[in-house]
Each structure stands twice: as structure tokens, then as C-alpha cells.
Ligand binder design. Structure first.
Ligand code: ADP
Length: 428
């Protein structure tokens, strides 16, 4: 817009110069030479301005050339553009410094990775927690953080849950890492020191394990005396009912202790026997036999559908315990004589092991919390069935150790299906 104001003036100047040259040429009879001379002078003058401009742009610390007319306006526009750019640069610089100040002040570690997993940036907390040094910039994080669980987690691409692992340079420090993807495949890893939390959890686990263990002996003594009294001829008639109730409650306590100890064992780190290949049919046949034993004279009808070739990698004892829990629940929460079906099949390249009953079903409000410890859908009814509320927590724990999931599908009055979904399929 502003250039337009200078341009007509420049145009007028060129016209005037041409007219003057023509007049002068007519007077001296050398029109062509006069026009060529004047044109040359104008061109030289323009070239000189361009040269001035070029020199100034190359050495922008020099003051801008003092031009008038259109050239002056061009210089003004360039100066304005430069000032704008300078202000933008300063603003961006301030944002970067502020962001750096914020990340530097965080107690959580931050590591930024480029799309190839190379370290782009890290803050002092990350340097402290991971022991990173400046020379690690640009190198892959997995070269530095070599813990197998981190490599597996990082390569899996599934970052819904954070990962917990010991710090690379101090086994007594525990870190929690959460990968957040952004941009074109870049990642921001947030690292938290959870040593204190880990210690508190360990104290809780130890307490539950020790308390359960210590309760075992006194309970065995109590159960022994109750049994002796109950079956003794000298037992007075009015004591029979209280003794039967004492025996029932002592058995419940005993079940609770067994379940708490199983959970503690699952949580403890020393439980690291190797996984083996398990033929599902053989195992499920035994599980169904157990179901028949639990059902006893309730006479549930059991059906097993399993491809004999199916097998999965896992911890045999744990899987057996999970399946037994599920079949026991199917028996406990369904009417005598109803059908209980166990099926193992491949669906979407995953092994689905389902326990299907035609029992009372579960209200959908309870489903999300069913695998929590001591959570029971209907406490008044469940206390009669003698459960501990720990069975599904144990199942969930075992399945997590197998990278498997528990899917619950239930309709009140129609029955429930508990399906264990194992990620990989291995043909036998
Ligand atoms: P419990 O020892 O009480 O059976 P679980 O953890 O095994 O504890 O199960 C938690 C609750 O889930 C049970 O109390 C019961 O309400 C419900 N539940 C589990 N399995 C079934 C099932 N097959 N049918 C109906 N309800 C079930």
C-alpha cells in the first residue's frame, strides 16, 4: 500500500526525465544519444541504490541507507519487517526460557525423544534419576536404559499404564515411567521417584503376609478343639449349634488366610519359576473334575469344549488356581442341577477360556469393581456362600502375570460368563 504512494512519484520522475531528454535531444539534434545517455544515468543511479541496499542487508548492524521516494519506502518496510522478526524471536526465546525454567524446577524427570527414540532433551531431575549426561543427547534412550522390562514396554507401543522399575544406577531407588506420544512420533517420558510408595507397599504386603502366616497356627489349634468338642460324646446338646457356627466361621477364616497368602505369594518378587507350555484340555479336564467335587450333590451338569491342540505359555499352578476359582464361583452362584460350560477356543488370534453358568447373574453396577479385594456383589447373600471376596482378585492378579485379561459378561437372572483372554496362540 505504502509502496504505491512512492511508485507514482517514481513513475512521474521517469516520465519527466524522458520528456526532458526528448526536448534536449530535439534541441541538440541527437535524440537517440540523449535518450540512451539519460537512460544509462537512470540505470546507474538505480544500480547504485541496489548496491547500497545489498551492502546494508549483508551487514545489517549498519544503519539503514538514507533514501527518499520509493527506495526510502522499501528501506522502511524492510526495517519494519526486521523489527517484527526481532520481536517475535525475543518472544519465542522468552517462551523457551520460561519452559526450560519450568521443566528445570520440576521434581519429576522429563525426557524428550525424537521419532527415532533418540534423546532430544532432558531436565535436571531426569539427569539425577537416570544418571544421564550431556553426551547422551542424540543417542537412543534404550541404549542407556537397558532394563528388559523398559525395552519391552517401550517397543510394545502400549503406554496406557506406567512402568515401574529400579533406577539404572541404584537398585534401591524405584522409578515410574510414563511414555506420552506427541507430534510426528516424538515422545515425552515423565519419570517419578516412587521409592517411598514402593517401600510403603512392601510394608503393607509384608504385614498381610506375616499376619496371615502368624494367624495360621492359633487358628489350627482353635479348629482342632472345636472339632474335638463337636464330636465328643460329652458335648452338651445346647452347645452343638454354637460349635457348628464356630466351626463354619473358623473355616471361613482359614479360607481367608489361604487366599491372603496366595495373593501375597503372587505379589512377592521371588515367585519367578519359569513359564511352561500348558495343554489346555488336560488342565481344564482336571478343573472340571474339581467343579464336580465342589458341586457334590448339587448335581450341576458340566460340559467341556476345548480344542485338544490348544496350549499356552504360563505358570501351571497359578493358572490352575485361577480356573479353579472361576469354576468354584460358577458352582457357588448358580442353582443346583443347572449347566456349567467351560470352553477354550481361538478368537481374533487370542485364546479365550470361558466359564459359563446359568446362575443368578450380576448387576452391571458391580462389574467394574468385582476384581477388587473383598468386593462382593451382594454381601448378605454371599456370606451364606462362604466366599472370601478374594477369589476374583487372585484371578485378576494371575492373569496380569500372564499378560491376559478377564472379561465378565453377565445378565441378572440369566447367568454369567467369565472369560480369560490370553494374548498369544501357540499351536501344539
Ligand atoms: P467370593 O469369595 O465372594 O466368591 P470372588 O472374588 O470370587 O469372591 O467374587 C466376588 C463376587 O463376584 C462374589 O461375591 C459374587 O458376588 C460375584 N461373582 C463371582 N462369580 C460369580 C458368578 N459366576 N455368578 C454370579 N456372581 C459371581
Amino acid at each position: 500500500m505504502e509502496l504505491n504512494r512512492g511508485f507514482p512519484a517514481e513513475f512521474r520522475r521517469v516520465i519527466l526525465l524522458t520528456l526532458l531528454s526528448i526536448a534536449f535531444g530535439l534541441i541538440n539534434g541527437q535524440l537517440e544519444w540523449t535518450l540512451i545517455l539519460c537512460g544509462g544515468i537512470y540505470m546507474a543511479w538505480t544500480l547504485w541504490r541496489i548496491r547500497q541496499l545489498d551492502l546494508w542487508l549483508k551487514h545489517s548492524q549498519n544503519p539503514p541507507p538514507d533514501f527518499e521516494g520509493i527506495w526510502g519506502e522499501i528501506v522502511d518496510s524492510i526495517v519494519r519487517l526486521q523489527n517484527h522478526q526481532k520481536r517475535e524471536r525475543n518472544r519465542l526465546q522468552a517462551v523457551i526460557s520460561r519452559t526450560r525454567e519450568v521443566t528445570d524446577s520440576l521434581h519429576n524427570g522429563i525426557v524428550l525423544l525424537d521419532a527415532n527414540g533418540n534423546i532430544d532433551m532432558f531436565n535436571p531431575a531426569a539427569r539425577r534419576m537416570l544418571g544421564l549426561r550431556a553426551r547422551e543427547y542424540g543417542s537412543p534412550l534404550v541404549n542407556f536404559l537397558r532394563h528388559p522390562s523398559f525395552i519391552e514396554y517401550f517397543e510394545s507401543g502400549d503406554y496406557d499404564e506406567p512402568l515401574e522399575l529400579p533406577a539404572p544406577r541404584s537398585e534401591s531407588t524405584f522409578l515410574q515411567l510414563q511414555v506420552n506420544r506427541f507430534g510426528q512420533g516424538e515422545a515425552a517420558i515423565v519419570i517419578r521417584d516412587i521409592t517411598r510408595l514402593q517401600k510403603l507397599q512392601q510394608v503393607r504386603k509384608d504385614f498381610v503376609a506375616n499376619a496371615s502366616h502368624e494367624l495360621r497356627t492359633p487358628l489350627t489349634v482353635l479348629k482342632g478343639y472345636i472339632e474335638t468338642l463337636k464330636y465328643s460324646d460329652a458335648c452338651p446338646k445346647p452347645w452343638e449349634k454354637p460349635l457348628a457356627q464356630m466351626e463354619q466361621q473358623a473355616n471361613r477364616m482359614s479360607d481367608l488366610i489361604v487366599d491372603l497368602l496366595s495373593l501375597s505369594k503372587l505379589e512377592s518378587k521371588d515367585n519367578q519359576e519359569p513359564k511352561t507350555s500348558i495343554r489346555l484340555q488336560r488342565m481344564l479336564e482336571k478343573v472340571v473334575e474339581e467343579g464336580e467335587l465342589v458341586s457334590g450333590d448339587k448335581n450341576h451338569s458340566f460340559k467341556l469344549e476345548c480344542d485338544p491342540a490348544l496350549q499356552i505359555d504360563g505358570y501351571k499352578k497359578e493358572l490352575r488356581s485361577a480356573f479353579t476359582n472361576l469354576i468354584t464361583n460358577a458352582v457357588k452362584y448358580s442353582e443346583p442341577g443347572t449347566e456349567i460350560k467351560v470352553s477354550a477356543r481361538i478368537k481374533n488370534n487370542k485364546v479365550h477360556v470361558s466359564f459359563i453358568d446359568r446362575g443368578e447373574g450380576i448387576d452391571p453396577v458391580h462389574l467394574p469393581r468385582l476384581t477388587e479385594r473383598f468386593y462382593r456383589a451382594d454381601d448378605s447373600h454371599n456370606s451364606q456362600t462362604g466366599g472370601t471376596g478374594l477369589g476374583l482378585a487372585i484371578v485378576k492378579h494371575i492373569l496380569t502375570r500372564h499378560n491376559a485379561e478377564l472379561e465378565i459378561d453377565s445378565k441378572v437372572g440369566r447367568g454369567s460368563t467369565f472369560t480369560c483372554i490370553f494374548a498369544s496362540v501357540e499351536p501344539f
